[in-house]
Design a binder for this molecule. Structure first.
Ligand SMILES: [Zn+2]
Length: 386
């Protein structure tokens, strides 16, 4: 492939040589691609039409789209521009003419993967889409252009992401006999000033500690915006063994077992005590006591008894917001310990929430489906990808 015509050098030097080859890779490798694709089609033509210049009349494996005729003659070839990871290259597709009605067409377009919308390779689109999951559309386009010498318009990538997210949604995921960790975050999208909530549900298991770091194997179950009714329905559809959540939404009935995040529960208590009028200093002992109850109790029985005592204390002291908070969570404080869940907080999902915020906070206001689709593809690729 490397000939004097396509690589000219002043003096021999591997650095310049590699740069020159890289610079000209579209020409060099494009020529290879052109030859392989054309000779493959010519082989098919011999099978379908017989040898060139032979007088035999052979029936082809394909038929004329207009008259269904099956006898054809060769009618040269047409060039097509093809954008791929090799850059902008040219491919040739052979043409035939129908003996009966005279129609000219390219019979092998589909076989070689060059359908009308296929002038941009899937591999190129996929690479640019993966990058778009991390950086803005325009930046991803510039990076791909720099690295591959060719890129795809943001509009094409948007369509690709929409298609990809539809495919992900079609996969009916259920998690029977597994614990789901659920959390949500606000992103700046839609017409409402506060934006929309993006909810996600994942499963998580420890994946063996590598050099002291706790690794997790996570799987995305869903990522969507929507009101609490539709989130509850989605959670129910997963049919999980249990749900660990932060208590922002009432999830009763969504799973047979529920667990409040043991990090959120005491920290939210601080907020409710503030609503009840307590100063920062006065709130501290209650929060400390609850943390001690949740983390230091020797048995679940003791934990529940101490929790009840704290509730009674709040009632006596007429701290009604804090009281309601603890009462609402009372049945969901020890599920994870009694059933030996791997995690007692929503921390497995919080890392994903941070990733989502990092991509969504770009200063622009998103459309709701636009941001939801992008975040779905991004998170799915991160967690469920190969
Ligand atoms: Zn015809």
């Amino acid at each position: 492939m490397l000939s004097k015509e396509n690589v000219k050098l002043e003096a021999f030097n591997v650095n310049t040589l590699s740069e020159v080859i890289h610079e000209r890779r579209s020409d060099i490798l494009g020529k290879l691609l052109y030859d392989v694709v054309l000779s493959y089609q010519e082989r098919l033509l011999v099978e379908d039409l017989g040898d060139r210049y032979s007088r035999q009349r052979k029936e082809a494996s394909f038929s004329c789209p207009v008259c269904s005729g099956r006898v054809f003659t060769r009618k040269g070839k047409r060039n097509r521009i093809f954008k791929s990871v090799l850059g902008r290259t040219i491919l040739s597709i052979v043409q035939v003419q129908c003996k009966r009605c005279g129609l000219r067409f390219c019979p092998y377009k589909d076989i070689i993967g060059l359908v009308y919308r296929g002038r941009i390779s899937e591999g190129l689109k996929r690479r640019q889409m993966s990058l778009t999951c991390h950086v803005p559309y325009k930046k991803a386009k510039d990076f791909i252009e720099l690295c591959l010498g060719v890129s795809v318009s943001p509009k094409v990538i948007r369509e690709k992401i929409d298609k990809e997210s539809d495919l992900i949604r079609l996969k009916a995921l259920t998690v029977s006999d597994d614990v789901v960790y659920q959390d949500s975050t606000k992103v700046k999208a839609g017409s409402k000033e506060r934006g929309v909530s993006i909810h996600l549900a994942i499963t998580a298991r420890p994946d063996g500690g590598v050099s002291g770091r706790n690794r997790m194997q996570k799987r995305l179950m869903f990522l969507k915006s929507g009101n609490s009714h539709s989130i509850r329905e989605s959670l129910k559809a997963l049919n999980p063994k249990a749900i660990v959540h932060d208590g922002d939404m009432d999830l009763s009935g969504c799973a047979s077992k529920l667990q409040r995040c043991l990090w959120h529960l005491p920290h939210q208590l601080g907020y409710f005590l503030w609503l009840d009028g307590l100063s920062f200093e006065d709130r501290k002992p209650y929060v400390k006591e609850l943390i001690d109850i949740l983390y230091q109790s020797r048995t679940v029985r003791i934990m529940k008894d101490r929790y009840r005592n704290l509730i009674d204390k709040l009632r006596r002291e007429n701290l009604t917001s804090a009281l309601t908070h603890l009462e609402r969570a009372e049945g969901e404080i020890s599920t994870s310990k009694e059933n030996y869940f791997d995690y007692h907080t929503v921390s497995p999902v919080e890392r994903e929430i941070r990733e989502i915020n990092r991509r969504a906070d770009v200063g622009a206001r998103w459309s709701v489906p636009g941001v939801e689709n992008l975040l779905l593809v991004k998170t799915y690729e991160r967690l469920n990808g190969p």
